[in-house]
Ligand binder design. Sequence first.
Ligand SMILES: NC(=O)c1ccc[n+]([C@@H]2O[C@H](COP(=O)([O-])OP(=O)(O)OC[C@H]3O[C@@H](n4cnc5c(N)ncnc54)[C@H](OP(=O)(O)O)[C@@H]3O)[C@@H](O)[C@H]2O)c1
Length: 408
Amino acid sequence: MNEKTHDIVIYGATSFVGQIITHYMAEEYGCDSLRWAIAGRSMAKLMDLKQSLWSSSKNLAVLTADANDLEALTTLCHSTQVILSTVGPYDLYGEPLVKACCQTGTDYCDLTGEMHWIKRMQEKYSEVAVKSGARIVHACGFDSIPSDCGVHFLQKHSAKKHGKPCSTINMGVKRISGGLSGGTIASMLNMTKQIIKDPLLRKELGNPYSCCPPDHGFTARQDNISVAYDEHAKSWLAPFMMAAINTRIVHRSNALSGKAYGEQFYYQEATLTGDSKAGEKRAKRMATGFKLFNLATAISPIRWLLERFILAKPGEGPSPEEQLNGEFDLRFRGQTEQGEVVKVKVTGDRDPGYGSTAKMISQAAMCLAFDIDQQTPGGFWTPATLLGDTLIERLQTHAGLTFEVLAD
Ligand SMILES: NC(=O)c1ccc[n+]([C@@H]2O[C@H](COP(=O)([O-])OP(=O)(O)OC[C@H]3O[C@@H](n4cnc5c(N)ncnc54)[C@H](OP(=O)(O)O)[C@@H]3O)[C@@H](O)[C@H]2O)c1
């Protein structure tokens, strides 16, 4: 029998994305049949959030714990089977909760794309998680569920159709619309500050296998796209902002699944900008914009000005209309060593970072609470390796995503 009071606790429910998650959970599951709770550091803010829900929210439990208070976080962990956390930048606030989950055997998912922090958490707490049975799954938002599950879906189809995995997969972002929140910007800027403080970190972040276990043995060269033309996609390519996160998670999935995608697996992500001269110009503009943004945020007075006057602040983000009208369309093209091709399309019906991310991480938490085999060992997993097909099913049924095999 499960002695925990809650199935799922949403920690950081008052964050920009946490509020969207809370509203989604309330609308999708109500507050009576599912045993879930909202948590954060401010009771007043949590109560305001609770008041903003439907009247059925009177049974929703509200819990408080500061992100630096290990004792309070441990109490929180003892009360629930799964914790979903949005308290970020995770590098600044996330470690005590991961520690508490690993020590208490509590399953955990989050939205971090801070690869250096993920690596540090793996190094520090993997053994503890294995011992306690806690299943830890980072990157359960737009980075990196569509990429990680898209590759998993494509490889399953390749195995079924061709009897082997694709050794190369290129993902192209065909359409994307949405914006960035203050929390995401704070996480990106914090990472820039960390790189300036520790130049070795730049090298670590440049390693496509940085999040794989140390004995991964992968040697295939991986590319970072700047501007290029893709003959298969018949399109110019520009950098994709999330590629540095998603590619690392996908390679970790390959490592954790016993190299199911192959020893020399190649994976790349880019933005498709079109076939024409205009597509080429757009790709060049995007690549230059990307470089300039990185350069500007690396210079401390410019970063200060951007933070102070231009970029979204913590608690801010895309408007409800932008979330509702947003969408994404990702195209995956895989090829086996013998040249057989598999094409897959993954789409989402809201802005990727918030409207859609809120639904994705909620379903990841539901999957952790209700679907996975409770004998599955503890440790640091990826969305595809721990939640895989069941999550894909949930995303299609409850979260507005589609996964579709396209004709060759
Ligand atoms: N992977 C993805 O696709 C994706 C998408 C969206 C967001 N994210 C990430 O998710 C995180 C949240 O983003 P956001 O824009 O929603 O952030 P946000 O609005 O700035 O919220 C940050 C949250 O952290 C809480 N917090 C800060 N210090 C705390 C402490 N000491 N104890 C407890 N709580 C504390 C804040 O509590 P208060 O409300 O009380 O101030 C707030 O709820 C960011 O790291 C972002 O990068 C990732």
